[in-house]
Design a protein around this ligand. Structure first.
Ligand SMILES: [Fe+2]
Length: 141
């Protein structure tokens, strides 16, 4: 029996999971950079979080490359578009609380929940990377 990560079903599912991880982490990077400008008194921490999220996106790009899959970025962008739109609305209204709730509560909770579901079935390359990302997300709380 082939190892799970090499089955067509895993690779097909992982293309969508990987797309969501890459787009979600990239979005978090951009959101935290915008938040750093909106809330300059917490800028150091927000810039640090942005850099961390950007690193996660790079790590997940590597996971996709390892399996030679093409991440489904269009699907992920479509799924994240409403949250990104709400974040931009809060930003336009100079509403730091609204923007922080959308990124730090909703987007991050989604990421943690998704990674916790995925981790038990992750392939050997992605599992330790996903575990490290999950620990990073939980550590900031
Ligand atoms: Fe992250």
């Amino acid at each position: 029996m082939p190892v799970p990560e090499l089955t067509p079903a895993y690779r097909d599912a992982y293309a969508r999971i990987n797309g969501l991880a890459i787009v979600g982490e990239g979005l978090a990077d951009r959101h935290f950079r915008k938040l750093a400008k909106l809330v300059p008194e917490d800028g150091d921490e927000l810039w640090r979080l942005a850099a961390m999220e950007g690193g996660h996106a790079v790590d997940f790009v590597g996971c996709g490359r390892q399996l030679a899959i093409r991440p489904d970025l269009p699907l992920a962008s479509r799924l994240f578009a409403p949250l990104h739109g709400l974040f931009n609305e809060a930003l336009s209204a100079a509403d730091p609380v609204g923007a922080l709730v959308i990124q730090c509560l909703i987007v991050e909770s989604f990421a943690v929940a998704a990674y916790r579901c995925y981790l038990p079935v992750a392939d050997a390359h992605a599992a330790p990377i996903t575990a490290t990302v999950l620990a990073d997300e939980a550590d900031r709380g």
